[in-house]
Design a protein around this ligand. Structure first.
Ligand SMILES: [Zn+2]
Ligand SMILES: [Zn+2]
Length: 175
């Protein structure tokens, strides 16, 4: 076997493992997460190699790269879908809605001079996990204002989410 063939096989093997990992882990793993996963099988692989392979597979159209808060995440799901993205922890979940896809494409058809082939909508918010951990951290409001607690609370949480959003967009601009 020629040395180039041997190298080709090594790359192929790495790519097969990376693809297999991403097919098993549909939570849009980051480079670090893919590296941690693949390393269990390919013990000598470096993070740089994982990164290079991820980029290669994305260029070849075998993976999709999505960017959340400046962090690259990868997925092997090519069925058009939407995403629910947590502003707090960066967690990203698939969200399927045929209705929304159809609707987006219908609107997109009206755009002139640009051919649309696919669409995906990102919904930003706070995931269940973050919401729960936040609630357990925050002490309950004092007894005094108990009457209109429910309506006030929902307004407040919306406001605080908004202010956090603007803070975060500033942060991501810096990076
Ligand atoms: Zn979260
Ligand atoms: Zn996805």
């Amino acid at each position: 076997m020629k040395p180039t063939e041997k190298a080709d096989m090594k790359y192929t093997n790495q790519r097969v493992e990376i693809l297999a990992f991403l097919r098993d882990h549909d939570g849009h793993p980051t480079v670090d997460e893919v590296y941690d996963g693949v390393r269990k099988k390919l013990t000598r692989i470096s993070k740089a190699t994982v990164y290079k392979n991820l980029k290669f597979l994305t260029e070849k159209g075998l993976l999709e790269e999505v960017n959340v808060k400046g962090v690259s995440r990868f997925e092997a799901n090519f069925i058009p879908h939407h995403h629910l993205i947590c502003r707090e922890c960066g967690r990203m979940e698939d969200f399927n809605s045929e209705q929304l896809l159809d609707y987006s494409m219908k609107i997109a058809e009206e755009i002139e001079g640009f051919t649309i082939v696919s669409t995906s909508t990102n919904f930003y918010g706070v995931c269940k996990k973050c919401k729960e951990s936040k609630e357990s951290e925050e002490p309950k409001e004092s007894e005094g204002s108990k009457e209109s607690e429910e309506s006030e609370e929902s307004e407040e949480s919306e406001e605080s989410e908004e202010s956090e959003e603007s803070e975060e967009s500033e942060e991501s601009e810096e990076t």
